[in-house]
Design a protein around this ligand. Structure first.
Ligand SMILES: [Fe+2]
Ligand SMILES: [Fe+2]
Length: 193
């Protein structure tokens, strides 16, 4: 059975899906740009970015499932889904760092923002590795992690990705393509290569 499909229960009407990039409505409202911005900026016309965005959708879906598990008190299943989330997040972040982030950094663009995003990648890894469903603070820690991940995804979908589309040249996209071709590696290797 695909553990991702092994939902704790059906999502409520106000779950964390939908919108321009599957981002929560409350986050979209906080953004300065309108939620539809990337419907028109061309991001999804660029294959490597479309792939990363699709992975964001999947991770937000998983996050929604994990939230439902917490609501129903099924912390063990939440932990299983968090393992899946970690397995998907690590190679995703590695491709971002070795591809789009590296290409933007080569152009000396948005270096501080990139550093912040990379620090969050490392923090997500560390937090995921330290979660224990048997502890009383497990639900709170998981919810904080999922909120931070959602904001992180917003910053990429509505920030770095559109910037890359209008900034990177041929050599930058070559770097992005190379990173995309590396494929999945072990979780422990992600973010550290
Ligand atoms: Fe990221
Ligand atoms: Fe990402």
């Amino acid at each position: 059975m695909d553990v991702v499909r092994d939902r704790c229960r059906d999502p409520p009407a106000d779950d964390h899906r939908g919108g321009a990039h599957g981002t929560p409505a409350r986050h979209q409202r906080r953004l300065k740009e309108p939620a539809h911005v990337c419907e028109h900026c061309g991001c999804r016309g660029v294959e490597p970015i479309a792939k990363l965005m699709d992975e964001h959708f999947e991770m937000l879906d998983l996050s929604g499932d994990i939230r439902h598990c917490l609501v129903s008190g099924d912390h063990r299943r939440a932990a299983r889904l968090l393992d899946v989330l970690g397995d998907r997040l690590a190679p995703h972040a590695r491709r971002e760092e070795r591809g789009i982030f590296a290409a933007l950094r080569e152009k000396d663009e948005f270096v501080e923002e990139l550093r912040g995003l990379e620090e969050e990648h490392a923090a997500f890894d560390e937090i995921l590795a330290g979660l224990d469903p048997g502890t009383t603070d497990f639900p709170g820690r998981v919810l904080a992690l999922l909120d931070d991940l959602s904001l992180h995804i917003d910053r990429e979908n509505l920030g770095i990705f559109p910037i890359a589309v209008v900034t990177l040249g041929a050599s930058g996209w070559d770097l992005v393509a190379e990173a995309g071709e590396e494929g999945a590696v072990g979780v422990s290797q992600a973010h550290r290569g």
